[in-house]
Write a protein that binds this ligand. Structure first.
Ligand code: HEC
Ligand code: HEC
Length: 267
C-alpha cells in the first residue's frame, strides 16, 4: 500500500473488498457495520445508501419485481448484517464463485437474481439498473476489509447439523401455534409487518428456505423474533417440517428470465 493514496481511493478499495481496512465481522446487532454517517461521499455513497434501501424496503422501492410479500431483509436480517441471520458481510470477496446448480462460475449479480426469482418469487432487475448496481455496492461496502477468495467464517452461517431422527410435524404444529402464530398468523400468511411462511405470497419451491435444513438453521438462530435462541434444534426442525408441509408457489425452472431494460444513470 503506498502512503500516497487519497482517502477517497482508500474508501473505494475498502468498498471493493480489499484488505486495507479493518476486518469487519458480522455482529449480533449489526448496527456498527452500517452507519450512514460513515459512508463515502458522492456517487459511491449514494449507491450504497440506495442498495440498503432496496434490501430493507424491497416492496416499496421495487414494486412489481417481487411476487412474495416480503423484503430481502425478511431473511437477510438487519439488512444482511446479523451473523447467522443471512449475513452479507464479506460476501463480495467470495464472487465470482462456482455454482453447482448451473455448472459455471457466477457473478454476484447472478446470485442476487436467484433470490429475486426464488426467494422473492419474482423477477430480477436488469444488471445495469440502478437497483442492481446499488445492491452490489452495498454488499461490497459490507465486505470491506475481506480478502478475495476468503471462506465464509462458520460463525456467520446458520447451517446446522440436523437431528438424526426424522422430524415430527405434528409436534411442530403445536409449537408453531405457541411460538410463531402470534406474528406469522395461524394460517402462516403473515401481514404487512410480518412475512408469510407459506401460501401464494411466500417464497417459492425453488428457494433455499424451502429446504428443511436451511429453515431449521434460520429458525434455530433467529426465531421467534421476540425470543431468539429459546428453541432447541429439535423444536426448530419439527416446526420447519410443519411449515414446509404447506403449499407455496411452484418455481418454474425453465421459465425464461426477463431483465427489464432499465439503464442506470442516476447516481
Ligand atoms: C425467503 C427468504 C429469503 C429472501 C426473501 C431473500 N433471500 Fe437471499 N438467501 C436466502 C437463503 C436461505 C440464502 C442461502 C444462504 C446460505 O447459503 O447460507 C440466500 C442467499 C443470498 C445471497 C448469497 C449469500 C451467500 O452467502 O452466498 C444473496 C446475494 C442474496 N441471498 C440476496 C438476496 C436479495 C438481494 C434478496 C431480495 C431481492 C433476497 N436475497 C431475498 C433467503 C432469502
Ligand atoms: C414477534 C414476532 C415474530 C415471531 C413470534 C416469530 N417471527 Fe418469524 N419473523 C418475524 C419478522 C419480523 C421477520 C422478518 C425478519 C426480521 O425482521 O427479523 C421474520 C422472519 C421469519 C422467516 C423468514 C421470512 C419468511 O417469511 O419466510 C421465517 C422462516 C420465520 N420468521 C419463521 C418463524 C418461526 C418458525 C417462528 C416460530 C418459532 C417465528 N418465525 C416467530 C417475526 C416473528
Amino acid at each position: 500500500m503506498t502512503p500516497h493514496l487519497s482517502v477517497g481511493s482508500l474508501l473505494m478499495l475498502c468498498a471493493l473488498g480489499f484488505a486495507v481496512c479493518a476486518q469487519q465481522p458480522a455482529s449480533s446487532s449489526g448496527t456498527a457495520l452500517y452507519d450512514p454517517a460513515t459512508l463515502p461521499s458522492g456517487q459511491l455513497g449514494s449507491a450504497i445508501r440506495y442498495g440498503r434501501e432496496v434490501i430493507t424496503n424491497t416492496r416499496r422501492v421495487l414494486p412489481g419485481y417481487e411476487g412474495a410479500n416480503m423484503d430481502c431483509a425478511a431473511c437477510h436480517i438487519a439488512g444482511g448484517t446479523k451473523a447467522r441471520g443471512g449475513s452479507f458481510v464479506g460476501l463480495y470477496a467470495r464472487f465470482p464463485q462456482w455454482n453447482k446448480r448451473s455448472h459455471r462460475m457466477i457473478a454476484l449479480q447472478d446470485r442476487i437474481a436467484e433470490c429475486f426469482l426464488r426467494s422473492e418469487n419474482g423477477h430480477p432487475p436488469a444488471y445495469t439498473s440502478r437497483a442492481m448496481i446499488a445492491v452490489v455496492a452495498y454488499i461490497a461496502w459490507l465486505s470491506r476489509g475481506t480478502q478475495a477468495f476468503s471462506k465464509e467464517p462458520s460463525a456467520q452461517r446458520f447451517i446446522v447439523a440436523l437431528p438424526t431422527a426424522s422430524p415430527d410435524p405434528v409436534r411442530g404444529a403445536r409449537l408453531f401455534a405457541q411460538r410463531c402464530a402470534l406474528c406469522h398468523g395461524a394460517n402462516g400468511a403473515g401481514s404487512a409487518a410480518f412475512p408469510p411462511l407459506w401460501g401464494n405470497l411466500s417464497f417459492n419451491t425453488g428457494a433455499g428456505m424451502s429446504h428443511v435444513k436451511m429453515m431449521t438453521g434460520f429458525v434455530y438462530y433467529n426465531m421467534p423474533k421476540n425470543a431468539p435462541g429459546t428453541l432447541s434444534l429439535r423444536d426448530a426442525y419439527d416446526i420447519a417440517s410443519f411449515v414446509l408441509s404447506h403449499k407455496r408457489p411452484v418455481f418454474r425452472e425453465n421459465a425464461p428470465v426477463h431483465f427489464p431494460p432499465q439503464p442506470a444513470g442516476y447516481f
